[in-house]
Write a protein that binds this ligand. Structure first.
Ligand SMILES: Cc1cc2nc3c(=O)[nH]c(=O)nc-3n(C[C@H](O)[C@H](O)[C@H](O)COP(=O)(O)OP(=O)(O)OC[C@H]3O[C@@H](n4cnc5c(N)ncnc54)[C@H](O)[C@@H]3O)c2cc1C
Length: 310
């Protein structure tokens, strides 16, 4: 994605800084906001605290024709060492909370997925307990159609709300959104602010047991002691990405400060101040090797943000 010709990030930053309920920084390093702890500076970093301020921020950024990157909790991102040349709309856990009425819930997009799952489980609302342990926000989970162990967020969603990139309101029901495996392309140019979910009534004790089993399994199988983005690749039909990478002899392979996990080859870890370029070198190496050995084209689950030299 290139920088538009009429880009004037300084002017935009100045206008944004005058707004209420909005935090603005210039040349902010993105790395600390990501689970990978990798990524260079963004020209403008803006964190609106309310739905109204999100809409106003979008209108201003849109009027300047500035490239916009929407960021949740940064757990599925590899941000370039050169950073992002436009505006980063940081949602993080701003706008978080929920309201339950029976098994239905309205949830704000900045809510941590795990917080929602824990609450739902405690109150006997089933449908997301197997997703416990997936980091990130509700907004990110919707955009990615996050899931694990046969559950995915699309199964419980009823409706989503947010804004188009020009600040106009957006709302869609589940059947209007083409959710696929770890994707929701219809939400690509939308800033999600809230969603309605429908859970299934279930025994809280049983749900808690299932959730705890999953959390224990993840702690055993996943290399959670180093920064990562989770699985770098989607599961190719009929295979497991991790198994293909392992069979291709790439477990433990290093590039700079990055390493393919010896425990779970689907994870590339930041073991020692890795650069995005280090992780990217391993991504390309895996893709090439798995293609040569098995004729399988791996599809990336991680979102690459900014410029990478291929
Ligand atoms: C250790 C580890 C384990 C993981 N395990 C799993 C797993 O089992 N299953 C799984 O599915 N994922 C897994 N992930 C990946 C990641 O946690 C999910 O993709 C998560 O849903 C991303 O949410 P986020 O808020 O961090 O989004 P981000 O990483 O910030 O963003 C991801 C995408 O969502 C978009 N986005 C974020 N918020 C919004 C919003 N409010 N509106 C519109 N777009 C938005 C971004 O633009 C970007 O395209 C794992 C990651 C880690 C680090």
């Amino acid at each position: 994605m290139g920088v538009s010709k009429n880009l004037d990030t300084a002017q935009i930053a100045e206008r944004l800084a005058r707004m209420a309920a909005v935090e603005v920084k210039t040349n902010e390093i993105i790395a600390p906001y990501t689970s990978y702890k990798i990524g260079g500076p963004t020209a403008v970093w803006v964190a609106p605290q309310t739905e109204t301020s999100i809409r106003e921020v979008l209108a201003i950024v849109h009027s300047g024709n500035i490239p916009l990157f929407i960021m949740g909790l940064g757990s599925n991102l590899l941000v370039s060492d050169k950073g992002w040349p436009g505006v980063t709309l940081y949602l993080g856990v701003n706008l978080s909370g929920w309201r339950f009425g029976g098994s239905a819930a309205t949830v704000l997009a900045g809510t941590r997925l795990l917080d929602l799952i824990r609450y739902a489980v405690d109150h006997g609302h089933g449908g997301m307990e197997l997703m416990a342990g997936i980091p990130g926000s509700i907004g990110g989970a919707l955009r990615m159609n996050a899931g694990a162990f046969g559950q995915e967020i699309a199964q419980t969603i009823v409706k989503v709300q947010g804004f188009h990139l020009d600040g106009k309101s957006f709302a869609a029901e589940r059947k209007e959104i083409g959710f696929g495996y770890r994707q929701a392309p219809d939400l690509e140019r939308i800033v999600l602010t809230s969603a309605q979910f429908h859970f299934k009534p279930a025994d809280a004790k049983m749900l808690k047991q299932r959730m705890n089993d999953i959390l224990a399994l993840r702690a055993k199988k996943q290399p959670l002691d180093y920064p990562s983005c989770g699985s770098v690749f989607k599961r190719p039909p009929g295979y497991y990405a991790g198994a293909l990478i392992e069979e291709a002899g790439l477990k433990g392979e290093r590039a700079g400060g990055a390493m393919i996990s010896p425990r779970h080859a689907g994870f590339i870890l930041n073991t020692d101040n890795a650069k995005a370029a280090d992780v990217f070198r391993l991504i390309r190496k895996i893709e090439d090797r798995v293609w040569q050995r098995f004729g399988v084209k791996l599809e990336r689950e991680v979102k690459l943000i900014g410029e990478f030299d291929d």
